[in-house]
Design a binder for this molecule. Structure first.
Ligand SMILES: *Cc1c(COP(=O)(O)O)cnc(C)c1O
Length: 418
């Protein structure tokens, strides 16, 4: 299996391992498979979620340095359940049983275990720099904690992350260091960029959501979940996916292209509308992000959009395959309350965008809203709406009770290396 850049003109090919270690293609594009493979004939659900995901990933690593290690990487990375909240066919897929209670754990953990193996083979070391305004940093810190040959430096703006996010960013020791920067999120991002440009610094890398190693697991759980759904109901579900950088949704499109039983894919967006506007006007315009209650989706210029454009190159193809709807903050609040009042089920603000889109725009009986995070992560928003406290799940509880350590620094990247 070979990979190319979304911007490729000639014939520059990369292995999966190269793509994972590089992150971004040399021409600035994103890595995509030369062609999307089919689900292997031997695919089985009988060995559980992690094994099904391993089989879905295998053709993407055919002939790769990691091929023989893939089974062990998947067993380690996907070591938590992937359950459905069943509701007569209008189900919810709960992707939040990883260590930081959001779907990003799948990708971050797969990337960490894959990088560890590749660096061990090469006897090399890497330092991962992450600037975060909240969610991503916690998933990356947790995934890379304790991985050999890897160190992580997490930068976040002082006083601007929520209390529970702060705990997830600072509850680490050993190879993970946290820096509370006297500045904004933009300062943190600038520091990371400057460090990458400093030629006296070596062996730096990133772990952001465009890395192939973070995207592929998101394909794999759609192959698993759609197959389970089909087995249970005998029908192909519509997947409704809360989206920001559209990495999660791209995984679903790849799964569908592999032959997974998915009838169609619908994107649920918040008030950030680059994709819904593209569908209505035919002009794609990246823009500044708007702050909403579903803050992990506050994205005005989706970083994975080039991968969707590679699948659906013109507006007709895009419209034929992509539906997207925008959900306001008022509707997010209303939906959290409505769902709780009806059934006692508690959902996070991102998942609420998906549920609103299901209720207002999806006519099919067979649908799955993808629940991207545990509601306890957003207790300050959700608890006042439902009028009670949300029990903290074990995975979050464990992180929240680790001692917090962070170094306070000025917004100067040199201080990360002194
Ligand atoms: C990252 C994130 C999203 C958005 O996923 P994309 O892959 O960026 O589209 C949605 N919900 C939660 C909770 C997230 O952390």
């Amino acid at each position: 299996m070979r990979y190319i850049s979304t911007r490729a003109k000639g014939d520059d090919y990369f292995s999966a391992s190269d793509a994972i270690l590089k992150g971004l293609a040399p021409d600035g594009g994103l890595f995509i498979p030369e062609h999307i493979p089919s689900i292997p004939e031997s695919f089985t659900l009988t060995e559980g979620a992690w094994y099904a995901m391993y089989q879905a990933l295998l053709p993407f690593f055919e002939g790769d340095e990691l091929e023989n290690d893939l089974e062990e990487i998947c067993r380690n990375a996907f070591s938590f359940p992937v359950p459905f909240h069943a509701d007569g066919g209008k189900d919810t897929l709960e992707l939040y049983f990883g260590p930081t209670a959001a779907f990003k754990d799948f990708g971050a953990r797969f990337l960490a275990f894959s990088m560890e193996k590749l660096l061990r083979n090469r006897n090399e070391n890497l330092t991962i720099l992450v600037a975060t305004s909240g969610d991503t940093g916690g998933a990356v810190a947790s995934a890379f904690h304790g991985r050999e040959h890897l160190a992580v430096k997490v930068l976040f703006p002082e006083g601007r992350v929520a209390e529970r996010q702060h705990m997830q960013l600072t509850g680490w020791d050993g190879n993970v260091s946290s820096y509370e920067v006297d500045g904004t999120f933009d300062d943190c991002q600038r520091m990371v960029k400057e460090a990458f440009m400093d030629e006296s610094l070596h062996d730096l890398s990133s772990a952001n959501s465009i890395n192939l190693g973070r995207l592929l697991p998101q394909m794999a759980y759609y192959v698993y979940a759609s197959s389970i759904y089909k087995l249970r109901y005998g029908k192909d579900p519509v997947f409704i996916i809360p989206s920001g950088n559209v990495g999660n949704a791209t995984g679903a499109y790849w799964a569908k292209a592999m032959g997974a039983p998915i009838s169609r894919i619908v994107l649920a967006c918040n008030a950030n509308k680059p994709i819904t506007d593209y569908l209505s006007t035919g002009h794609y315009e990246p823009r500044a992000s708007i702050k909403t209650l579903a803050n992990a989706m506050d994205v005005g210029a989706p970083s994975n959009i080039e991968r969707l454009f590679a699948l659906f190159p013109d507006i007709e193809a895009f419209r034929a395959n992509v539906s997207a709807y925008s959900v306001s903050d008022e509707d997010i609040k209303r939906t959290i309350k409505e769902v709780y009042d009806e059934s006692g089920y508690v959902i996070c603000p991102h998942t609420a965008c998906g549920e609103r889109v299901r209720r207002d725009h999806v006519r099919e009986e067979n649908s799955v809203v993808v629940s991207t995070a545990h509601p306890a992560k957003f207790n300050d928003i959700v608890e006042p709406l439902i009028g009670r406290e949300i029990a903290i799940p074990k995975n979050l509880y464990e992180i929240m009770h680790k001692p917090s350590r962070a170094e306070k620094i000025e917004a100067d990247y040199h201080l990360l290396f002194s």
